[in-house]
Design a binder for this molecule. Structure first.
Ligand SMILES: Cc1cc2nc3c(=O)[nH]c(=O)nc-3n(C[C@H](O)[C@H](O)[C@H](O)COP(=O)(O)OP(=O)(O)OC[C@H]3O[C@@H](n4cnc5c(N)ncnc54)[C@H](O)[C@@H]3O)c2cc1C
Length: 422
């Protein structure tokens, strides 16, 4: 959407084909008690300068709110606050020495400047060496396992460095408090206003319209199968997953190497369960589940960040997990997943009563997270593909930062510039 905005502002005629029935992709929303809510939990950081600039440019700065966050860890059958140095010292599941080493590692990462110095190690190796076994077992291994499943052992330290570095630098002076950004009306407001802006600039938006083939034709034009039609364009930008792009390309002699490079980066799926109730569960916005056998990675009390009044006075919760795309959890039926997760939630909050739920929604995202193994920097593809005037821009090209709306905005501007120049 950002690329379309920039290109149309530069005088190009742009068409967007979106296979979903609404714009927004992973950041899309649905209605909870009349209020828009992201299907997957979303917030932004103070350091997210590109999306902040966009919000400003679109004239909706007043809708952005900064609210105090609170983070905890569930380990050894207890929820431990995990925001301040004192919280860290009180985190008993980890040895005292491990806690001290965790603190030193956090400071080291905050003040080190170059991600390139972290590319040689896996996150597990580096954290094991720097923080010791106890911290690895109680903090890092569960987090990496929860996020990357069987790939956890080989995830690059450069990626983890970037996550921790950005996060520590987004804190308020003094270091203990963190405010997260959210929009009145949810991020769907941003999508909505961007949509209006695109329409104003003459961008043609086709929803529920899947692109099924991209082919270079002799005239130098690019032929694209959009829904039931075939259209020709001067340039094409694909913003879905690498794996999807590979399937769209017509097979041609000599493109085998490029196809293989598209398949080198693997993806994981994600699942988010959202439920509403009057019950108040815990005192934290974000609880990482660090038990070894946990069935999900994170429990979020969205209404600890955003007032429940917005949702008709009810509390809104997310349970989130990452998983393989085509097996196990991702393939299980909704009821089995919900029952297992709700059973587990009773361990955290014994008062939790499923009978009080007023709504529940389970969403699955197939291409939710790319697998950032050691050496990942060598796998990243150029925005220019092997076909002249066909470009690709997706979150696999964002590195070492993790994917996020801010970087999608940054990349959208960058790719529009590249396309205009070509
Ligand atoms: C669980 C989870 C939590 C997250 N939390 C945050 C957060 O707190 N903060 C944050 O900033 N970001 C967060 N993100 C990331 C954020 O949602 C994405 O980085 C952001 O939306 C940018 O995504 P994108 O546009 O690159 O890709 P996508 O959102 O995946 O967009 C790609 C679009 O292409 C469409 N498409 C794909 N193939 C085709 C085809 N063949 N034809 C037509 N259309 C097609 C898809 O339908 C989709 O709309 C989170 C993501 C997940 C999964």
């Amino acid at each position: 959407m950002v690329a379309a905005k920039e290109l149309s502002m530069a005088g190009h005629h742009v068409t967007i084909a979106e296979s979903g029935d609404a714009l927004g992709g992973l950041a899309s929303s649905f209605k909870v008690n009349g209020e828009a809510l992201e299907k997957a939990y979303h917030h932004i950081f103070r350091t997210d300068s590109d999306i902040l600039q966009l919000i400003n440019d679109l004239g909706i700065k007043d809708l952005l709110e900064w609210r105090e966050s609170s983070v905890a860890i569930y380990r050894d059958g207890r929820v431990w606050p995990f925001m301040t140095p004192l919280d860290l010292l009180r985190f008993k599941p980890c040895s005292l020495l491990g806690r001290v080493r965790l603190g030193i590692a956090a400071l080291y990462i905050k003040h080190s400047k170059k991600w390139e110095n972290f590319t040689q190690s896996s996150a597990m190796e580096w954290m094991g060496r720097f923080c010791g076994n106890s911290a690895l077992k109680t903090v890092w291994r569960p987090l990496l396992k929860g996020k990357f499943a069987d790939y956890a052992d080989d995830i690059s330290m450069a990626w983890l460095w970037a996550r921790l570095h950005v996060r520590s630098n987004s804190r308020e002076p003094g270091g203990n408090k963190e405010r997260l950004g959210y929009m009145k009306g949810g991020f769907s407001k941003l999508v909505e206003v961007l949509d209006e802006c695109l329409v104003e600039f003459g961008v043609e938006i086709k929803l529920s319209t899947r692109v099924s083939n991209i082919l270079e034709v002799e005239s130098g034009k690019i032929q694209v199968n959009i829904g039931a039609h075939t259209d020709e364009f001067d340039q094409v930008l694909f913003t879905g997953a690498n794996q999807t792009f590979e399937k769209l390309l017509s097979k041609r002699a000599g493109d085998e190497e490029y196809r293989q490079s598209l398949q080198k980066i693997g993806y994981l799926g994600a699942m988010c369960l959202i439920f509403t109730t009057k019950q108040k569960l815990g005192d934290h916005y974000w609880v990482n589940i660090n038990e070894d056998d946990a069935p999900f990675l994170v429990f979020i009390r969205h209404t600890k960040l955003i007032p429940p009044e917005r949702y008709n006075g009810e509390e809104v919760y997310y349970i989130g997990a990452y998983c393989h795309q085509d097996k196990g959890l991702f393939e299980e039926d909704d009821e089995a997943v919900k029952n297992r997760w709700f059973e587990y939630l009773k361990l955290l909050y014994p008062d939790f009563n499923q009978a009080t739920l007023t709504s529940e929604h389970l969403f699955r995202f197939r291409n939710a997270q790319h697998i950032v193994k050691r050496g990942y920097e060598d796998l990243i593809l150029d925005h220019k593909t092997h076909i002249p005037e066909v470009f690709i821009s997706n979150f696999t090209q964002i590195y070492p930062e993790d994917r996020g709306m801010n970087f999608a905005v940054r990349e959208g501007k960058k790719i529009a510039h590249l396309m205009s120049e070509s």
